[in-house]
Structures are given as C-alpha cells and as structure tokens.
Write a protein that binds this ligand. Structure first.
Ligand code: NAD
Length: 331
C-alpha cells in the first residue's frame, strides 16, 4: 500500500508513519516543519523515518496549492491519504488566527483536491478533534451529538474540515473518514501540550500554571492506542469506515478515538510528579475561554466498526512519556 501522511514530522504523523513503514508500506510524508514548536524535535523524528527505505519526504506548505497538487504527478500510486498536518493548539489563535485558516481550512481543501486528482485513492482519512464538542455538557461525547458550540477557532476549523470533507464526499464521492482524537500524549510528544510543559517546568524548578483549580477533566489517550485506532480504520477500509449512511448519504463518517476515561487534571499532574520524583510548584489561573471543562469519548462506534480498544491507562502511559522526556533532554 502507498500512503500519503501529512504532518509526518509531527507527533502523531511520526508515530503512524513509523508503524506503517515497519509493516512494509510505502509512505510519502508531507510537512512544512514549521516553528510552532521546536523544529529540532520535528527534524529528529524525520531522521528516524528516513532510516526506512520506504519513506520519501516532501517539505511543503498546505497553503501552497500547486505544491500540494504536484504530489499527484510525482506519486500517482498513492491509494490512501492520512491528513494529519494542521495548526494545533486551542490557545495559539490569540497570537496567530491566520495559521488556523491557512493550515486547517485551506489545507483540508488542498488535500481533498489532491485526493480527487489521485485516481487510485480509495480512502481519505483526516484528523479532527474532541474540541468540536466544545461546550457540550452531555457525557460521554458521542458522534451523534450536536457540535455547534466551538470554544476556540481551532475547534471551529476542525468542525469546518469535517463539513468540507462531507461536501466533497457528496459532490465527488471521495470516501472520507474524520478521526476525532482526544488529548494524545506519549513519547516524542508535543512541547506545547500539558504533559511536556509540566515535565519541563518541574525539572527546571519553575512553577506550572494549572487552569481551573486542576479540576478540568480530559480523556487522555496514549499515542500507541491512537496509532492502533488509525491503523484499524485504514485496514477496515472505506467500505466499513466511510460507507454511506442508512439514508444513502455521502461516504463520510466521523469517529471518536479516545481512551474512554475522563481523568481529573490533578491526577495527571500527580503521575508526572511521581515519575519525575519531584513535586510541582503550582500556580492556579482561571480556565481560559478557549479551553473546555471536560472531554470524555464514547468509543462504541470505532469499537464496533474497526475493533478500537485502547489499552493504556495514564498510570502506564505517563511513566513511558517521562522515560522518553528524560532521554530527550538528558535529565
Ligand atoms: N495531539 C493531540 O492531542 C490532538 C488532539 C486532537 C486532534 N489532533 C490533530 O491531530 C493532528 C496531528 O496532531 P499532532 O499532535 O501530531 O500535532 P503536531 O503539531 O505535532 O503535527 C502537525 C504537523 O503539521 C505540520 N504543519 C502545520 N501546518 C502546516 C502547513 N500549513 N503545511 C504543512 N505542514 C504543516 C507541522 O509542522 C507539524 O509537524 C492535527 O491535525 C491535530 O489538530 C491532535
């Protein structure tokens, strides 16, 4: 199988590409390697991928339509697209709102246009997010719930990407699957996310900022479980994952990929402290308006359609993340 993985230098794209390559697949990676967080981490991930003969890398920006469409001429054999490249993070939009439009809104259209041109593509998978559930209070979050209350521009662009994919599925029958990831963490993780930020501050003896009195709850999902979910969806194929609905609607579906456990942030922090053998100095701040109070995934749809079954509680996942963090930073 030949796959295009966008965001291959990113956290999830790197892990997914690594497993695909070790299975013997051919992977074309696409990423701008931008400076939203330390590009040295992205380059280090790419060097690991470059060790595999089946890996080809294209450095490019999603907003550069011609560069994206040129992939169709260079790699006409691609059969599956896993579109993970995006401007992530819910708070950065205060600094750079345009990055979300360029990467997440424009990027989705670029990739769907590419999918139309790649005649052998049978399945377009793309990253959505638990953030689309926004201010919903019914728990756990189910794919059938309304998603009309985004708390951040990030969430709005992710919901927009889902609707864009639905329209392409209707217009051009591009079989598409949106995967709503729930707070992913683990080795090679993102420096802008809680686990990494807390570990770094604690090891450097700086205070950590905790929003909402540590009472915010998140469905923290370990990276290997997310990769297993994406692979399950790829292997199930569009006839399962992106099949038309009962009314004969377009071949487009969304799935929650979460751990199916909602954990209070203070417990997550306690596990990080325990793994580092050091207590955090905590500064409390009110919850930012872009952050939701709680996330919790109903995963029954992914379980039924492609056997998704996460196996890593945070008690196991956090020590694994900290072990990697120590080796990466030499602490
Ligand atoms: N990690 C999570 O907890 C989480 C949760 C929900 C959804 N997601 C989504 O999953 C996907 C992967 O997330 P991640 O955690 O690996 O993030 P990441 O930031 O590590 O990876 C995204 C990659 O996309 C690249 N990129 C950004 N803008 C680009 C552009 N305009 N053109 C080309 N490349 C560009 C970046 O350089 C980066 O390497 C994203 O779509 C993200 O929104 C992640």
């Amino acid at each position: 199988m030949a796959l295009l993985v966008t965001g291959a230098a990113g956290f999830i794209g790197f892990h997914l590409s690594r497993v695909l390559l070790s299975r013997g697949e051919t992977v074309v990676g696409f990423d701008s390697v931008n400076e939203y967080y330390d590009p040295a981490l992205k380059e280090a991930r790419l060097s690991v991928l470059a060790e595999h003969p089946g890996f080809t890398f294209i450095r490019g920006d999603l907003a550069d339509h011609e560069a994206v469409l040129a992939i169709a001429e260079r790699h006409p054999g691609i059969t599956t697209i896993v579109h993970l490249a995006a401007q992530a993070g819910v708070r950065y939009a205060e600094v750079n709102p345009w990055a979300y439009i360029d990467a997440n809104a424009m990027g989705q259209v670029s990739m769907l246009e590419l999918a139309r041109r790649l005649k052998r593509v049978t399945h377009f998978l793309y990253a959505s997010s638990s953030s689309v559930y926004g201010g919903n209070t019914k728990l756990p979050f189910s794919e059938t719930d309304p998603v009309e209350r985004p708390y951040s521009l990030y969430a709005a662009t992710k919901r927009g990407a889902e609707l864009t994919a639905a329209s392409y599925a209707h217009l051009y029958a591009v079989p598409s699957t949106g995967l709503r990831f729930f707070t992913v963490y683990g080795p090679w993780g993102r420096p802008d996310m809680a686990a990494y930020m807390f570990a770094k501050a604690i090891t450097e003896g700086r205070p950590i900022t905790v929003f909402g009195e540590g009472k915010l709850k998140r469905d923290f999902t370990y990276i290997d479980d997310i990769v297993a979910g994406i692979l399950g969806c790829i292997d199930a194929g569009p006839s399962v994952a992106a099949r038309p609905d009962a009314e004969g609607g377009p071949p487009h579906r969304v799935y929650n990929l979460g751990n199916h456990r909602s954990e209070v942030l203070s417990r997550y922090i306690a596990l990080i402290e325990q793994a580092l053998g050091r207590k955090a100095v905590i500064e409390h701040k009110p919850r930012p308006r872009a952050d939701v109070p709680e996330t919790y995934a109903d995963i029954s749809r992914a379980r039924a359609d492609f056997g998704f079954e996460p196996t890593t509680p945070i008690d196991l996942g956090i020590p694994r993340f900290i072990a990697w963090f120590r080796s990466w930073h030499g602490v």
